[in-house]
Design a protein around this ligand. Structure first.
Ligand SMILES: [Zn+2]
Ligand SMILES: [Zn+2]
Length: 137
């Protein structure tokens, strides 16, 4: 059972129910973000659909989970609090999503854009879409 999860939930007045732990663990075993339907399927033997939706709602409010917007759809994964900071590239044809870490060069470029605008950069979002090598045949 993840200590960081229970602390985070507790801080916002939520307890670590077994359903919440199950949903969390299912997300924690993924290498890539998954869709709500994939998540529901992965825990369907122990947690019902409505509970998964409620749990994700709480997870988003408490910062446990990030919603990755891909066009008009979204996928879910654990937030930067549980995973190291990274970004995604998604295939617009088959929907596969992969993660990547930004380079120092990219980060310094983002910082210099913010600095030119007289902002102190705190966070950024960056999502790429393309066609993967499987679909580009
Ligand atoms: Zn980044
Ligand atoms: Zn593809």
């Amino acid at each position: 059972m993840n200590n960081k999860l229970s602390l985070l939930l507790k801080k916002h007045g939520y307890s670590s129910t077994s359903a919440r732990v199950t949903v969390f663990e299912s997300l924690a075993t993924r290498e890539y973000p998954i869709t709500m339907n994939e998540l529901i399927k992965s825990v369907s033997s122990v947690v019902d659909r409505a509970t998964v939706y409620r749990t994700i709602d709480i997870f988003e409010k408490t910062g446990v989970v990030s919603r990755i917007q891909i066009g008009w759809k979204y996928k879910l994964e654990l937030s930067d609090m549980f995973l190291s900071h990274h970004h995604h590239i998604t295939c617009s044809q088959c929907g596969q999503t992969e993660s990547f870490h930004e380079t120092e060069l990219l980060l310094s470029e983002l910082q210099s854009i913010a600095t030119k605008k007289k902002y102190v950069l705190k966070t950024h979002m960056l999502e790429l879409t393309g066609v993967c090598s499987n679909c580009d045949k």
